[in-house]
Design a protein around this ligand. Sequence first.
Ligand SMILES: Cc1ncc(COP(=O)(O)O)c(C=O)c1O
Length: 461
Amino acid sequence: MNEPLLNDRTDAILDQDKHLVHSFSEPHALKAPGGRMVISEAEGAYVYTEKGERLLDGMAGLWCVNIGHGRREISSAIAEQLNTLDYFSTFYNLTHPVAAELAEKIATLAPGNLSNVYFGNSGSVANDSAVRTLHYYFNRTGQPRKKKILSRIDAYHGSTHLAIAMTSPDNRVGWDSAEELVHFLSSPGTYRRPDGMSEAQFCDFLIDEMVRDIEKIGAERIACFIAEPIMGAGGVVVPPAGYHERAAAVCKQYEIKTISDEVVTAFGRLGAMFASKEVFNIQPDIICTAKGLSSGYQPISATILSDEIFDVVAEPGSRFMHGMTYSGHPACCAAALANIAILENERICDHVNDAGRYFEQSLKGLSDLDIVGDARGSHFMMGIEFVSNKQTKQAFAKEVFIGQRVAQKAQALGLIVRPLGHMIVLSPPLILDRTQIDEITRTLQQSIVSVTEDLHLEKLL
Ligand SMILES: Cc1ncc(COP(=O)(O)O)c(C=O)c1O
């Protein structure tokens, strides 16, 4: 597969691709030559373009291919399932063996009393399902005004009408959303905290703000607080130490339910099946998960509800008026079960606690480079923020496209990373070994140094 493919169909594919609407794209820019890349094959930690170039997949697809590409156990499990029961629904009183088995498995893995699993097919739907269920819960418990959602600047919770409303507003400029339902708290990012504040003081500031805003809005109007343990698409934002525990305590005090959006963090990325309890010591009322649940081999998500919430939903006379045709699709459940078996049998979390830590330390070592303001993250979830002045943390002008420049250099050297404004982010498959990690660090170092030289030549530094 290292050799260029004899049958390079790139041009023909791009011609067909004119009809494909690309997520979060600038459709006009895609028309430019070289504006799109065709990935045709993948194996392990690598993907191959239609032209036969091999690239290390520093994004695990889109933060999702946790066990790496090309695992035949999963494709076999899917094929076997489709040959046994291709599809049947989980509506009404219907079920099937793999949906039941997966629900039980997730209930066993999830912390505390999170033992009621609703399947969807995306992280957005998982989060929508969580909020819809909570709104209903509060209707049933005689608190119909309790509907508002606390979210945070830099959050990413998905792209359906409700999920995008809970997402940081810069992700929907000019687009509508159910924004009247959402109140935003400050980003918990420590790098750009107010000058002169220690990390501990910043944590106090965030918690004080939360309390103040709850008091202002009125807890009787607030249903929930939704938070990613570590923000992903918002720039790999790691909150200050103790933040999640303190925010959870405030929510408990004001009877506000907590939703932990573990769409990225669950199933190994931070060295635990679920990060909420094991890494951050919180017991949310709901956990939402998707990507790593099947390692992206099939589209499946889970909204995992506490017994306390589901007991209300399951009272006599109550009806769960929420449903999707493909909720608990047999092929998706089979993929997720096979994926979890690989994560467990190959002790991937242990590996992440070793190699992921090495990855983290290696990338943090790039902080010494001139234009690296902050290299942050945890385990296999990392981001690098670029600045034109390290002392003042001055950001590059948007027109410099700094993230894109570094990503393009890295790609030319055989590594896919995701540009994100003035950052690049990395969330590779969790199976990387130390040699591959060294390869990534070297490639990034080379790319950043080369971009720095270009910026000097162009007098942008
Ligand atoms: C934390 C988080 N929540 C929710 C979502 C939405 O998931 P999906 O794209 O599957 O709808 C994402 C997607 O990147 C995410 O990172």
